[in-house]
Structure formats: structure tokens, C-alpha cells
Design a protein. Structure first.
Length: 85
């Protein structure tokens, strides 16, 4: 088995977008990181790393987060337009 490749720029950008989408939906639902993490079966630290785009996450975790937030999973995976300089 070959070693995993480090994430490229696109992967990192998608991680950041997913994290931002989770954070925006969490805030819209008036939930703290602690509350969302608890309800989704995650640690607050783990959720924070996902929201910051510093951690790859399992689809299972994304499904649980979407379920707690009562939004479609696709909303979490929605990519954002690149920032303009």
C-alpha cells in the first residue's frame, strides 16, 4: 500500500468551504460548537478542526452534522466562489 498523498490546493479549499458551511449553519441554528459536537457524537475539538478546514472528516460525521442541523448533506458540501483579490 502506498503512502497517502498530502492534500492539494483544491482539497484544502473544499475542506475550508465545508467548514465554513458547517459554521454558518451552526450559527444560523443558534448552536455552540459544544452543543453541535455533543449532538453529532463528536468532540468539540474535532468539530473545531473541521470548521477551520484543518481536518479531513468522514462522511459519517458530515451526515450526523447535517442531521443535527436539519439541512441536506449537499448544503455542507457546497463549494464557495473563490475570494477576489
Amino acid at each position: 500500500m502506498s503512502p497517502a498523498l498530502p492534500p492539494d490546493d483544491r482539497v484544502l479549499a473544499v475542506r475550508r468551504a465545508i467548514g465554513e458551511n458547517i459554521r454558518d449553519a451552526r450559527k444560523a441554528a443558534h448552536l455552540t460548537q459544544e452543543a453541535l459536537a455533543h449532538q453529532a457524537g463528536l468532540s468539540r475539538h474535532g468539530l473545531n478542526r473541521i470548521e477551520q478546514g484543518h481536518s479531513a472528516t468522514l462522511v459519517d460525521s458530515l451526515v450526523r452534522i447535517a442531521d443535527v442541523l436539519q439541512i441536506p448533506l449537499a448544503d455542507l458540501a457546497r463549494e464557495r466562489a473563490p475570494a477576489k483579490d
